[in-house]
Design a protein around this ligand. Structure first.
Ligand SMILES: Nc1nc2c(ncn2[C@@H]2O[C@H](COP(=O)(O)OP(=O)(O)OP(=O)(O)O)[C@@H](O)[C@H]2O)c(=O)[nH]1
Ligand SMILES: [Mg+2]
Ligand SMILES: [Zn+2]
Length: 318
């Protein structure tokens, strides 16, 4: 089983103290949530990662995702849907993020260290099997140098799909910055002994509310964003099809508008697949470190669906 703290493949050690059962990782000695171990096969883990430069929206994205999963009453669209935090620490993180956003506050820049995961189960999304999501968020500084990535972001090696979060307005030389991030990632992964060829890359353009000037010829994408986050969720199969369409348009946008030719060419060679999506976690530009209006996230489930893969009818799960 995958240890959520050190990401080694291990057999957890069980110990009984009176009637209390606990599990410990033999590698990192962390205590593992009991439900994680006992129901590992029913809720397999997915490594949710966010790779990107400082200030490009990684932490805010995760915060709004926790907010949406907890507060947007998704069971209106998906009968039986619910989330479950697997330890106290994760529940606290989720609650703190929800409270913070409701008060109109934003998270601080993330310190550079090997992150502890936020562990959340998802259950009841139609056509998707149950999953345990392991969210890892570290400082963008960890992605500026391959040696830093190896030290602070080695969780990427265990990810089947990797999310590159890129804020177009926060890059000086877009094509080169994108290419540099990819290059750093590829060197880091090779130093970790990982194979990017076995991974899928998902490029997530963040802060979409700030890039309308880039998108003026892409009315389909503007309309898709305008419709919000919840539109279309009740029909996952169609939702996924639409995501694929948007991905193709964003690939074209990356080549023709952003001129990120080398990034695209290199990504296609080094990854099993490359897909694109676009989000606005906040829905509007904040004023300093505060929100001027309540958050209205746009399309923030798309990266999550790309991570979880193609929806499959339940009879094909076996
Ligand atoms: N307009 C707009 N601004 C955003 C959005 N998301 C994040 N921001 C702004 O970007 C800032 C940085 O976002 P973070 O999520 O903290 O960035 P990060 O990638 O985690 O940065 P590090 O932790 O330093 O690596 C926030 O404080 C917001 O001001 C968005 O959807 N729209
Ligand atoms: Mg951060
Ligand atoms: Zn461990």
């Amino acid at each position: 089983m995958l240890c959520p703290f050190c990401l080694s493949e291990v057999v957890f050690q069980e110990s009984l103290e009176g009637i209390k059962v606990s599990y410990v990782c033999p590698e990192c000695k962390e205590t593992i949530p009991v439900l994680y171990v006992q129901e590992y096969r029913r809720y397999p883990p997915v490594v949710v990662n966010a790779i990107g430069f400082r200030g490009h929206g990684k932490t805010v994205y995760f915060a709004t995702l926790f907010y949406a999963l907890r507060k947007q009453q998704l069971s209106r669209f998906w009968k039986g849907f619910h989330t479950m935090c697997l330890n106290e620490e994760s529940l606290e993180i989720v609650q703190n993020n929800v409270n913070m956003l409701e008060k109109g506050l934003l998270p601080e820049s993330t310190p550079k260290n090997f992150p502890r995961p936020t562990i959340i189960r998802l259950q009841g999304i139609p056509t998707y099997p149950n999953r345990t999501l392991l969210f890892y968020d570290t400082s963008g500084e960890a992605f500026e140098k391959a040696s830093q990535l190896v030290q602070f972001a080695s969780f990427v090696k265990r990810a089947q799909k990797v999310l590159f979060l890129l804020s177009i307005n926060d890059m000086e030389d877009i094509g080169m910055d994108m290419h540099n991030l990819l290059n750093t990632y590829i060197i880091g992964m090779s130093a970790l002994g990982g194979q990017t060829k076995n991974q899928e890359l998902v490029v997530v353009y963040t802060k979409a509310d700030k890039i309308s000037n880039y998108l003026d010829k892409f009315s389909n994408i503007i309309e898709y964003l305008r419709e919000g986050t919840l539109d279309g969720l009740s029909n996952i199969k169609n939702y996924y099809k639409k995501m694929q369409e948007i991905s193709k348009e964003l690939s074209y946008f990356t080549r023709k508008v952003l001129n990120a030719h080398e990034f695209l060419n290199a990504a296609e060679v080094h990854f099993k697949a490359v897909n694109f999506c676009i989000i606005s976690a906040l829905g509007a530009n904040p004023q300093g470190d505060k929100l001027a209006v309540a958050i209205t996230p746009r399309r923030i489930f798309d990266p999550l669906f790309w991570l979880m893969g193609k929806p499959t009818p339940w009879w094909k799960w076996w």
